[in-house]
Design a protein around this ligand. Sequence first.
Ligand code: URA
Length: 196
Amino acid sequence: MYRSDTREKTVQMNEVTAQARSCLNCALGQTRKNVVIGSGSLDAKIVLVGEAPGRKEDESGLPFVGSAGKLLDGLLEAAGLVRDEIFIGNILKCRPPGNRRPKKSEVESCEGYLMRQLEIIKPKVIAPMGNSALAYFQSRHDIGGDVIGDAHGRVYEVETSWGKVKLMPLYHPAAAIYRRHLLGDLEKDMKKLAEL
Ligand code: URA
């Protein structure tokens, strides 16, 4: 990767960030404290995609910094992945009040941002975490309609504007906070992801 490519990616991502920061496409623009655009390397080979910012993320403007984030950090470390070398983002860039599930209309209002981010980063592997993120990719690619409990840990090959990409769904880390038995699957899947 030439340095100029990385500079160009930074310029493009800054444009997406500026657009998102002034976005009022849906009502979440009225209640957010911060837009959470995502964080990590723009040259990342792996992009993890969560659902939407929670309270801590809304306050800080950074993804996965609350309790789900702490769990995610541990999983990444155990799998030998360095957080700064991957990219972590969300389907929604603004927090749904009370952390409710995103509405379909909110996902539709926000979808262009994630799409643009992926086109800029051009990852080789994308890991949707949880059912909402999985549904986002199912609606764009012909990968069936399995729920996360069946789809996690499977590798789907999809065609994108920047070439073939491996999609590997994971349980959402927050799911393992309350359902500890999912932790083993998450650990196993994260290691498999690192090996891809
Ligand atoms: N849950 C998510 O899906 N995303 C975050 O950024 C934090 C918690």
